[in-house]
Design a protein around this ligand. Structure first.
Ligand code: HSE
Length: 314
């Protein structure tokens, strides 16, 4: 059946995410209360993208923009391309900092493309949207919380990515330490060895399992539950400031980890009053986004166009 497209615009709000959470490399993730808003509309030809906020003036404004790339992949999966697209992006998630900005763009693209096809949800259900987004991203640990919200456990089967979302225990309040410098996931992944000692794999299996309990039931166990031996040590030389801040926080009994591939630091328990991370760090206290990406029909409104810190608590 040929595709038919919706005439009016559609919009999505997609959350920032923190992946790995210490021992859960490529598997665990958390959705955060900081969002990008993106609207899309089918046009008669070409791809036009406007960007305000994070990445404005730096990101491509044509079919090379990651939201457009994800939309085109999704339209292919759905069975055909529209004649043209217009996108409006209001970005608040800092890019290349380990806060899931690329996954947010990919999830936005998948959901917008599906919504612009008249029977898109019948052609691509939510499980299919997760599989497609994870395939485009290359790993599922950011796209899963971005789509589902909460604390997610993601895994990959021969047919593709799957995930479940769990509610986080009361009292878990993420604090993000966001540096000016950027980090590239590809570079951070290149720092990893092709094999690790069996003892380290066993260590991480235990801590990742403990982390599921600590985040959902018993936050008092977050400090031992967030120790990692599979990625943070191998990447430390590439982000010495991040490594030093994680060590300083952990020495103060704060359950701190590298957020995703870094260089942002995520603390899952409150830093002590007056804790000083040193110069160069923005400190944000964020809520946990429980529901994940949300979708609506129509253009972005006044609130969605506000490029300042929607969702940021301080
Ligand atoms: N699990 C990924 C990594 C997350 O650490 O490389 C970053 O995209």
């Amino acid at each position: 059946m040929p595709l038919t497209f919706e005439a009016g615009p559609v919009r999505v709000r997609v959350p920032a995410t923190s992946a790995n959470l210490g021992p859960g490399f490529d598997a665990l993730g958390l959705a955060l209360g900081l969002y990008d808003d993106v609207a899309a509309e089918v046009t008669s030809g070409g791809v036009r993208v406007s960007v305000t906020g994070q990445g404005a003036g730096q990101l491509p404004q044509d079919e090379r923009h990651l939201v457009a790339v994800a939309m085109q992949a999704t339209f292919d999966a759905l069975g055909g391309q529209p004649p043209g697209l217009a996108l409006e992006c209001v970005n608040r998630i800092p890019q290349a900092r380990g806060l899931g900005s690329s996954s947010a763009a990919i999830v936005a693209g998948v959901l917008l493309a599906r919504a612009l096809v008249t029977d898109g949800a019948a052609r691509l259900d939510d499980a299919g949207a997760l599989r497609l987004a994870a395939e485009i991203e290359g790993h599922p640990d950011n796209v899963a919380p971005c789509l589902l919200g909460g604390f997610t456990l993601a895994w990959t089967e021969p047919s593709g990515a799957r995930a479940v979302s769990l509610a986080v225990a009361e009292g878990v309040r993420p604090t993000l330490f966001v540096p000016q410098e950027r980090g590239l996931t590809a570079t951070a992944r290149a720092a990893l060895p092709s094999a690790v000692p069996h003892a380290d794999a066993a260590f991480n299996a235990g801590r990742a399992a403990l982390l599921v309990h600590a985040l959902t039931v018993e936050p008092a166990l977050l400090l031992p539950a967030t120790v990692d031996r599979l990625h943070q040590g191998y990447r430390a030389a590439g982000m010495p400031g991040t490594n030093a801040l994680v060590s300083a926080l952990r020495a103060a009994d704060v359950a701190a980890v590298v957020s995703g591939a870094g260089p942002t630091v995520l603390a899952l328990t409150e830093p002590p009053e007056g804790f000083d991370p040193g110069t160069g760090w923005q400190v944000w206290r964020l809520s946990i986004e429980a529901s994940g990406a949300s979708f609506a029909r129509g253009r972005l409104g006044h609130a969605e166009r506000d490029p300042v810190a929607a969702g940021r608590k301080s």
